[in-house]
Write a protein that binds this ligand. Structure first.
Ligand code: FES
Length: 220
């Protein structure tokens, strides 16, 4: 059976080719959130790079690599490699409301929720806790562990983090002349994601990222 190789910025996949499915359908069946709209070869949203192989369009036109192809109307005619697949951008953080220490609720509206099994950081006004998403049920996000600092009147931000997020940076909050270290020993990427999420909180605090050297200078 012929093989379809898909490479994205995050992953590389090899799938058996089903001759009855177009390449967009293969990607979606593999849970790749490819951008798409018309599914007719017109809008160009699913255009991707054919790096190797031979394909056939819905109108029977044959194309050999290298070429740019609309996945939605393309069928593999040999082993095929595709890259530069355009992906839907996932939200980088979610504003949520507490329901109880193990349950958060997303606001009404259309948004792609986080996924079951995601490792998440819960960004509260004065604390950050790590948790894991046990289950998503509509707008409800069930957490694996009870949260210690939950204040049910307050909303919070949730960001998805890499389990390997350790590093030499800290995130600080400055409010009414007081500086508090919210998170320490994180990498720069995680610190930036948390800072960006906090900066959208409706309050006047300031958030800054310090590296270890900066902290040692401040102490000396
Ligand atoms: S979805 Fe419009 S070109 Fe593929």
């Amino acid at each position: 059976m012929a093989t379809l190789r898909l490479s994205t910025t995050d992953t590389a996949l090899s799938l058996p080719i089903n001759p009855d499915q177009n390449l967009l359908e293969h990607c979606l069946a593999a849970d790749l959130p490819v951008t798409r709209s018309c599914r007719n070869g017109n809008c160009g949203r699913c255009d991707s790079s054919l790096d190797a192989g031979h394909v056939r369009l819905r109108n029977d036109k044959e194309i050999n690599a290298p070429a740019i192809i609309p996945l939605c109307i393309t069928f593999a005619a040999s082993d095929v490699s595709i890259s530069k697949i355009p992906m839907l951008a996932l939200p980088s953080h979610w504003r949520c409301q507490w329901q109880n220490p193990m349950l958060l609720r997303l606001p009404a509206g259309r948004q792609i929720p986080p996924k079951q099994g995601d490792i998440c950081a819960l960004l509260m006004a004065n604390a950050i806790e790590l948790n894991e998403i046990a289950n998503i049920d509509g707008r409800n996000i069930h957490l694996l562990l009870p949260t210690q600092n939950c204040s049910e009147q307050d909303s919070l931000s949730l960001i998805i983090i890499d389990r390997e997020h350790h590093g030499e940076y800290s995130l600080f909050r400055e409010h009414e002349g007081q500086q508090t270290r919210l998170w320490k020993n994180i990498n720069h990427r995680t610190a930036l994601a948390a800072q960006a999420a906090y900066q959208q909180h409706p309050e006047s605090a300031r958030y800054s990222i310090h590296d270890l050297d900066q902290e040692l200078d401040e102490l000396s």
